[in-house]
Write a protein that binds this ligand. Structure first.
Ligand SMILES: [Zn+2]
Ligand SMILES: [Zn+2]
Length: 437
């Protein structure tokens, strides 16, 4: 691989519109149904919530506050875990039916459209990175020539409009064809009304009559308004502010914003490898990604299986390309020519070490599986056929595991050394640039 292959072209999308009204000429129209629902629910929540707390029957304020917070949390978590990572991106190879049913129910509290529509929109949002069809991004933060318009559009305004028909969106919608997801989409409005309005009103009436019903209705509405803005900050805040590290998209790493349960962080890693159940590579992905913990908990409970993650080789490719691209942009052409081949060679060595590590990891998984199988009763017949006792078989497998462990330690050291060499070269190139400047 040459250094030019290491260094993909950077695409900075040009703004498509100047004013909001420009979008009508491109085929947008006001969505009066969703538009008025969003506007009215926001106005009522802001105006009537203080009234509800003031006039709430004694003690009910605690129920109201608890409902709002739990509602917002459920709405946010079901969106990040299920609509986003598991369904839009297919972060697990096997999502069990009870998981679908539970999350399709919980996701109603997010009030962000059915899981089917939500995930299809998000697939298009990501596909723009590859296709460059910037105009299709449903919540682009780069369509307008001014930041405040980009913020308002990507955060909320996009939902107030019917977007022009696109074959791409239609295909993305049809691709989300799990029967439970299709069923939720079909009955979405009725289910949404039951979860967000009928249920809290009924509970409120049971607790404290009609006034109680009114109070819990507002508590529920405040819950979904919070959940909505929490998700929307991913489209606005983390696409507009933070450290730009992405290879292709306009997404940024916003380390400070933990509201969307991990989606605000490493947004660039996520855009570069969206199928990953994690939102970022490396250790900081662990520290700042509560959605990842939730998915790991689901796996521990057997509710999802076969989590997808970038291999070390894929991670190395993404990180190296980013580094090369950024360094090249800051280097003088003469200095760059001197370093281009060296960086390409060091990159190759790093990728090879990463591939070797990935191979060992696969072997380890296979061996662990064999050891588990060998302990199971079903293997008795196979052992008999091979003419070895269970003790002999286990001893042999464990010895192989020990050997593999030692080899993996070496492979890890080699991988770290190759990575360090690549980064040292990047650092030296930076020094050469500074000396030359
Ligand atoms: Zn994004
Ligand atoms: Zn995504």
């Amino acid at each position: 691989m040459s250094a030019s292959q290491l260094s993909p072209p950077t695409t900075t999308p040009k703004p498509l519109y100047h004013r909001f009204s420009d979008i009508f000429a491109a085929g947008f129209s006001v969505d009066w149904g969703i538009g008025s629902f969003l506007v009215i629910s926001h106005v009522l929540v802001f105006l009537l919530t203080p009234v509800a707390y003031i006039y709430a029957p004694a003690g009910l304020w605690k129920v109201m506050l608890t409902w709002t917070l739990i509602h917002a949390f459920i709405g946010a978590l079901s969106t990040t875990v299920y609509s986003h990572r598991l369904i839009a991106h297919g972060a697990a190879k096997d999502v069990r039916l009870p998981t679908h049913i539970a999350f399709l129910g919980l996701q109603l509290f997010a009030v962000q459209g059915s899981v089917r529509r939500w995930s299809a929109q998000h697939v298009i949002h990501h596909s723009v990175d590859k296709t460059g069809q910037h105009h299709l991004d449903p919540y682009s933060a780069t369509w307008f020539s001014t930041s405040w318009r980009n913020f308002l559009w990507s955060h909320m305004l996009t939902y107030l409009f019917n977007h022009p028909y696109s074959r791409e969106f239609d295909a993305a919608l049809k691709a989300k064809a799990h029967p439970a997801i299709v069923w939720q989409d079909k009955h979405y409005v009725l289910l949404l009304i039951m979860a967000n309005f009928a249920l809290p009103i009924a509970l409120g009436i049971a607790l404290a009559g009609w006034l109680g019903g009114f109070c819990l209705l507002l508590a529920s509405s405040a819950g979904f308004v919070l959940a909505q803005h929490n998700t929307w900050t991913v489209n606005s805040v983390t696409h507009m502010w933070g450290f730009k590290k992405g290879l292709m998209s306009s997404a940024q790493n916003n380390y400070l914003w933990l509201g969307p349960l991990g989606e605000g962080n490493h947004h660039a890693d996520h855009h570069d490898y969206p199928r990953d159940f994690r939102n970022g590579f490396g250790w900081s992905g662990w520290v700042l990604d509560p959605t990842r913990y939730a998915i790991l908990a689901l796996r521990a409970l057997g509710l999802v299986q076969g989590l997808n993650r970038a291999s070390r080789w894929q991670e190395a490719q993404i990180i190296a390309r980013r580094k090369v691209r950024d360094t090249k942009a800051k280097s003088g052409s003469v200095i760059w020519q001197q370093w281009e081949d060296k960086l390409a060679m060091l990159g190759e060595e790093w990728f090879a070490a990463a591939k070797a590590w990935d191979q060992f990891k696969l072997e380890k998984i296979k061996l662990t599986h064999q050891i588990r199988q060998a302990g199971a009763d079903g293997m008795a017949a196979a052992r008999g056929r091979m003419g070895v006792t269970q003790d002999e078989l286990m001893r042999d497998l464990r010895a192989r595991r020990e050997g593999l462990r030692a080899e993996m330690q070496q492979a890890r050291k080699r991988l770290k050394a190759r990575r360090d060499e690549f980064f040292t070269a990047i650092w030296e190139l930076k020094q050469a640039n500074m000396a030359g400047a």
